[in-house]
Design a protein around this ligand. Structure first.
Ligand code: FES
Length: 105
């Protein structure tokens, strides 16, 4: 049985929200009718990515940012494209969307 994380409609398209997952906090990013998700831990120092509520996505809409030292991560695969952990990757959380609900895959 899969675990529900959040209703897709609770996230604006292109934006992200934090939810509790079975092994810690997860950042769910809506991409149209789909979503991607990552463990909310920066590979640089192991801190959460955000400083304020649900501020994760950069203005270009293509990256998540770690607010501590401004590292940026591709939304599509979590790869760090700039910052102190460049070349590292966020830990992916496989998710699927079923009947408008983002679930652990
Ligand atoms: S803790 Fe995320 S960039 Fe340093």
């Amino acid at each position: 049985m899969s675990t529900d994380l959040i209703a897709l409609k609770e996230i604006e398209d292109g934006e992200a929200k934090r939810v509790d997952g079975p092994t810690g906090e997860v950042v769910v990013v809506r991409q149209g009718d789909g979503a991607v998700a990552y463990i909310n831990v920066c590979p640089h120092l192991g801190t959460p990515l955000q400083m304020d509520d649900d501020e994760f996505v950069t203005d270009d809409g293509a990256h998540l940012a770690c607010m501590t030292h401004a590292a940026t991560f591709r939304i599509s695969d979590g790869f760090c494209t700039s910052g102190p952990c460049e070349g590292d990757t966020l830990e992916s959380v496989p998710v699927t969307v079923v009947d408008g609900m983002v679930k652990l895959a």
